[in-house]
Design a protein around this ligand. Structure first.
Ligand code: BJW
Ligand code: ZN
Length: 310
């Protein structure tokens, strides 16, 4: 990496102009301006409970009520949220005709750790606006969006033998969780909802967890083996092979709104640099490893990113 990251936007734009394979590695700070609390750092939600201690299979096994309140709270936030100008800037940049004005001939992919679905929402809207009437315009083919930690609206059966997963935007997800948001805000979670009143599998009535699986085309046995929750510590992030491919090909890595403390996402920038590529960090504050970056743009990414990519 550089001795001192550059803060020079004009210089960044020259690097962008010469980049061939660009990836964006995103974290909770990308959605902060949309009203979704981050995990760590200023405005991080969890004072009483550390997010790290809630986002684990062990925490869920020990106190599913507590973990469900955490997820219910965030589901409700995500339901109300709209993409902000940083999501929109990335979505616009995913359209080749737009991107190729600043980065001619380049490819682009978004790897997000966020489970809120806001990047998908931004992509849907921006692609519709810019490709009116062209049914062939396929965002996935042009700019993959990888939600490596899953999706918060997926709800998965905890029974190994069932395999039921539903995309469920119900608000509240179950009666007992309805209205518990306020207690979460006040740091007064009363995590004593009995299992029988927490979300249950619609097929076999076992306890359900926030979850998803990543490939609808798999055969049944493979399917059962590939079941994923929203990805908790110790669990395998989704579609890692695809991430690895994109990272291996990248010559420019944008690191956006992440503390860069959670692996494997936290190591992608370093890998890109090791193969000779450049790294540009967009973060409100200093973050892990940013002194190694080639560029560092401190400030709200909803302001810095539209400028950098526009
Ligand atoms: C703004 C802003 C604004 C605010 N503008 N910026 C290697 C070394 C050491 C440990 C490990 C290792 N490999 C694996 C591990 C273990 C573990 C790990 O990383 N532990 C660390 C704590 C050390 N990793 C795992 O267990 C992962 N699994 C794995 O590696 O499996 C391997 C495997 C392979 C094959 C088979 C089996 C296994 C899984 C990690 C799962 C993380 N899960 C969570 C919850 C997801 C669901 C949910 O959302 O609830 O993911 S935890 C939480 O952290 C969530 C986030 O996606 C993730 C990262 O957080 P993020 O996005 O960086 O947010 P914050 O809050 O930390 O930072 C926000 C930033 O934004 C701050 O910097 C602010 O300044 C900034 N900001 N406003 C710009 N407006
Ligand atoms: Zn089930």
């Amino acid at each position: 990496g550089a001795l001192q990251p550059s803060r020079d936007m004009a210089e960044f734009k020259r690097v962008l102009n010469g980049a061939k394979n660009i990836i964006a590695v995103c974290g909770a700070g990308l959605s902060a301006a949309s009203g979704i609390p981050t995990f760590r750092g200023a405005g991080g939600l969890w004072r009483k409970y550390k997010a790290m201690s809630l986002a684990t299979p062990e925490a869920f096994a020990e106190n599913p009520s507590l973990v469900w309140q955490f997820y219910h709270y965030r589901r409700e936030k995500a339901l109300l949220a709209e993409p902000n100008s940083a999501h929109d800037a990335l979505a616009k940049f995913s359209i080749p005709a737009i991107r190729h004005q600043t980065a001619p001939g380049s490819s682009f992919a978004i790897i997000t750790q966020n489970v809120d679905g806001l990047s998908v929402k931004a992509m849907d809207r921006v692609w519709k606006e810019h490709t009116q009437g062209n049914a062939d315009a396929d965002p996935e083919a042009n700019a993959p969006l990888l939600e490596m930690h899953g999706r918060i609206f997926d709800v998965m059966c905890t029974s190994n033998f069932c395999g039921e997963v539903e995309y469920d935007k119900a608000s509240p997800i179950c009666e007992a969780l309805g209205g518990t948001e306020e207690a979460v805000e006040k740091n007064a979670m009363d995590a004593t909802i009995p299992k029988s009143k927490l979300p249950r599998c619609k097929k076999c009535n076992a306890l359900a967890r926030p979850g998803e699986f990543d490939d609808f085309s798999l055969e049944q046995t493979e399917l059962l083996n590939s079941l994923e929750g929203v990805v908790w510590f110790g669990e395998q992030p989704i579609n890692l092979d695809k991430n690895d491919e994109l990272v291996a090909a990248a010559d420019l890595c944008l690191v956006i709104g992440t503390s860069s403390t959670v692996y494997p996402a936290a190591m992608y920038a370093g890998l890109v640099q090791m193969q000779g590529g450049k790294v540009a960090v967009f973060n409100l504050d200093r973050s892990e490893g940013d002194d190694e970056a080639d560029f560092l743009f401190l400030g709200p990414c909803e302001e810095t990113l539209p400028e950098a990519l526009g």
